[in-house]
Design a protein around this ligand. Structure first.
Ligand SMILES: Nc1nc2c(ncn2[C@@H]2O[C@H](COP(=O)(O)OP(=O)(O)OP(=O)(O)O)[C@@H](O)[C@H]2O)c(=O)[nH]1
Ligand SMILES: [Mg+2]
Length: 383
């Protein structure tokens, strides 16, 4: 299955239905009052998180999503039917951004979570609403407002607790293979991993966490070198980052310079991500004697002015990997969960106070010519 983690879509909320001008006509009641009904509100568009989906691939092909328009009002004080809302299903972990303003509208992180992304238009008013003691046969009505149209960028952010970070060939995929059931491809050339992989690390029946392996980063990634930094967004929700450093890069590069380059790219991408808890993990200790490995790790940590603890592992031979997973688990459990800001689903029903009230007040102020029928369809109801 192709992993698609971005899609651009357009969402159109429905327009509000127009109000109508209508009058009651009844035998022996020559001057029945105004009875034109209001229109219905347009349907809104919502994104709904669904755990049964795991990619955004469908939205590459299906770009336009439209909610129903509200129906216009009818005579005999009948209100038009409201347009039906549209629910657009997205995988859990989807972030929606307004492509025109760049504003992040919100993240859908829980199954069934619902977020309004385009507000339906408000209904117009029928002439019955404009009746006053001085104007008992108003030929005024108002039109519904257009529904909101938005261009959205959807991005699927992996929901992992632990993220792997490092140069190509550092051994990230080898690590996730040794600690979880995920089996991403491993090879001795750079950029073996082209799309992110998730693995579940199960320590016992009660304790497990999710780990994300992303493509390797290189110097200049922020400017697009290699596969760029587009995958770093998947690390934004991780609680801790494991920075894998190859002790003996096959290309003869300096592990200190490599590690510095990764940190620099991280900072360029996002200071927030760079400030996340990050642990230094030296990989491939099996390539040298134990004393040599200890000495080299110490030297690199000093050269990096690394203050915290560091880990020494061999992802390939599974040395130190279990201990690292235990530490990660303890850390995740001890860290209070980040509270995701709740997405407020402000219900907008009948906006009498603002929209409609203003229209009616304007109508009174206008001192309009009541006999001017131009452009207004008048409906007479016989009973
Ligand atoms: N000796 C030794 N080799 C390792 C170890 N871990 C990984 N390797 C080797 O290093 C090479 C790269 O490993 P990968 O796991 O593909 O590296 P990666 O970080 O996922 O690389 P990209 O996907 O390209 O970013 C492979 O040839 C692995 O066999 C280790 O602990 N010891
Ligand atoms: Mg890899």
């Amino acid at each position: 299955m192709k992993f698609v983690d971005e899609a651009d879509i357009r969402v159109d909320a429905g327009n509000g239905g127009n109000g109508v001008v209508g009058f009651r006509r009844e035998k022996y009641v020559p001057d029945g009052g105004p009875d034109g009904g209001d229109g219905g509100d347009g349907g809104s568009v919502y994104l709904v998180a669904d755990e049964n989906l795991n990619t955004l691939i469908d939205y590459r092909f299906e770009r336009f999503h439209r909610a129903e328009h509200g129906k216009k009002g009818q005579s005999a004080n009948c209100t038009g039917r409201g347009g039906v809302d549209l629910d657009v299903k997205v995988p859990v972990g989807t972030r929606a951004t307004d492509s025109e303003t760049g504003e992040v509208l919100g993240d859908l992180t829980k199954h069934t979570q619902r977020m309004k992304v385009a507000q339906g238009g408000f209904h117009g008013l029928g002439n019955a609403r404009f009746k006053t003691s001085t104007n008992r046969a108003p030929r005024q009505k108002s039109d519904g407002t257009p529904g909101e149209v938005r261009h959205l960028k959807l991005e699927l952010l992996l929901l992992a607790d632990v993220g792997l970070l490092g140069m190509p060939n550092a051994g990230k995929s080898t690590f996730i293979r040794s600690v979880s059931a995920a089996k991403p491809k491993v090879a001795d050339y750079p950029f073996t991993t082209l799309v992110p992989n998730l693995g579940v690390v199960r320590l016992d029946s009660m304790r497990s966490f999710v780990i994300a392996d992303i493509p390797g980063l290189i110097e200049g990634a922020a400017e697009g070198a290699g596969l760029g930094i587009q995958f770093l967004k998947h690390l934004e929700r991780c609680r801790v980052l494991l920075h894998l450093v190859d002790l003996m890069p096959a290309d003869g590069s300096d592990p200190v310079e490599n590690a510095k380059a990764i940190v620099a790219e991280l900072e360029k991408y996002s200071p927030k991500l760079a400030a996340k808890p990050r642990w230094l993990v030296f990989n491939k200790i099996d390539l040298m004697l134990e004393d040599e490995a200890n000495e080299l790790c110490k030297q690199i940590a000093e050269a990096l002015e690394w203050q915290g603890e560091y880990f020494q592992i061999s992802a390939f031979q599974k040395l130190g990997t279990h201990a690292l997973c235990m530490k990660s688990m303890d850390f995740i459990e001890a860290l209070p969960a980040e509270v995701e800001p709740e997405i407020k689903d402000e219900e907008v029903g009948f906006k009498w106070d603002t929209y409609h009230k203003d229209i009616i007040e304007d109508a009174y102020d206008d001192d309009f010519d009541d006999n001017d029928d131009s452009g207004v369809e008048v409906v007479y109801t016989k009973r």
